[in-house]
Structures are given as C-alpha cells and as structure tokens.
Design a protein around this ligand. Structure first.
Ligand code: DX5
Ligand code: ZN
Length: 215
C-alpha cells in the first residue's frame, strides 16, 4: 500500500452528482472522502452540513474525513459523529478548550483531528499531539477550494513533523489547500502523510491518473 493517503475534497465535486463523484474518487484510489463544513462565521463561506453528511456516509465506502470550519465546534460533535463521520477535525482557533473537544470526539468513538490556519504556529499543537489522531496544517486560508498553495507552510509542516518525532508519537500530518502534482511532492517531503485535494482531482480529465501523480 502507498505511503500517502489521498483525501478527496468533495467541495469541488458536482454537488448534484455527489454520489457519482464519491464513487469516482474512490475508484480512482482516494481512500478518504474529505467533507468541508463551513458556517459563514469561522470562515466567510457556507457549504453543507449534517443532512448532506448523512447521505454522503451512505455513498462513501472509505473513511469519512470531516473538516469542521465552524465556531465553537463542541456544539456539533455528537451530530456529526452520528451522521457518519470517521475522523472529525476542528480548528484550534475556533474553540476555547481544545482538550474538551478532543474528549467529546473520542467519547463518540471517532478519531480527532486538530487543524491550524496558515497564521497559527505549529507550536500551539504541542500540548495536544499525544491525545490527537491527526494534525491538519492548512496550506491555504480556509473557506474556499481552488486557491494557490502557500509555500511558507512547508517549514511549518517540517517543524510539526519534528515535534511529533521528538515525542515518539504516531500522529499523521494532513495538509489541505492547493495540493496538485507539484505541491504534493513538497508536502510529502516535509512530512505530510494525508493529502487533501479538491479542484486538482475534480478538474482532472482522468482522476485515476491524477491520484497516481499525487501519490
Ligand atoms: C478549504 C477546504 C479545502 C478545499 C481544498 O477551506 O478546507 O478542503 O476544498 O480545495 P483545493 O484542493 O482545491 O485547494
Ligand atoms: Zn478541508
């Protein structure tokens, strides 16, 4: 099996053909389906939420990777867990008590991820490395698909990888935003293991070929 996991962000899918696009992504080799939830408060955009996730969970065979870009995420953890999420990632910047959110996710029997925006240093994650199941370094400002990759995030990914290794922890780094056949190699080299890709995959003429290039 490959040493990198591709998580297909369905934000760039044809939302009228979501089931078909999820199957396409899975058949192309994406082991995770990435579901971006935006509340119009934490980020300046609104996407989709709980009822859509319920349908998606019936269509997806692989891991459902839910990325919450919402203020005060603890309010909705149980609902997203019940709707079929396997991994629930929330933003460090969106809550006061990070540990409480992780505990809430774990109490629902789900994996917990913590995301940081480009301006947030990797060091804030230090206290939570051992208790989390995934760490997400945003490589664009959260809120929209199709943005350009922020190259300043490469040293941050490497710093975080170093922090994880120094603790002998086994927590994968996920990256999200602007991933394509060029940036995929760079983030992998910096230490990322789970690559979210939206527009690159869904705009590709041949998704299978595109996934191969990312891996
Ligand atoms: C942005 C979302 C991403 C987005 C990535 O806020 O979290 O998951 O869909 O899209 P691309 O791969 O097009 O940058
Ligand atoms: Zn995302």
């Amino acid at each position: 099996m490959e040493n990198v996991i591709i998580s297909a962000s369905v934000l760039s899918a044809d939302l009228c053909e979501l089931g078909r696009d999820i199957r396409r992504a899975e058949e192309a080799g994406c082991r995770y389906i990435h579901f971006d939830v935006m509340d119009g408060m934490f980020v300046p955009n609104i996407s989709y939420g709980i009822p859509v996730l319920e349908s998606v969970s019936k269509a997806a065979k692989g891991v459902l990777d839910v990325h919450l870009m919402i203020t005060d995420p603890i309010r909705y953890i149980k609902a997203f867990a019940k709707s079929g999420a396997d991994i629930i990632t929330f933003h460090f910047e969106a809550c006061n008590d990070v540990k409480a959110v992780i505990d809430e996710i774990h109490s629902c029997g789900k994996k917990a991820g913590i995301a940081i925006k480009p301006a947030t240093p990797a060091s804030v994650l230090g206290p939570y490395i051992e208790m989390s199941d995934m760490l997400l370094v945003m490589t664009v400002e959260p809120g929209f698909g199709g943005q350009g990759f922020n190259y300043d995030m490469l040293p941050k990914i490497a710093d975080l990888k170093k922090m994880i290794s120094e603790r002998n922890a086994d927590v994968p780094i996920q990256v999200d935003g602007g991933i394509n056949d060029v940036t995929a190699g760079l983030v992998k080299e910096a230490g990322a293991e789970i690559l979210v890709a939206g527009s690159y995959l869904f705009k590709a003429p041949d998704m299978k070929e595109a996934v191969k290039k990312l891996i």
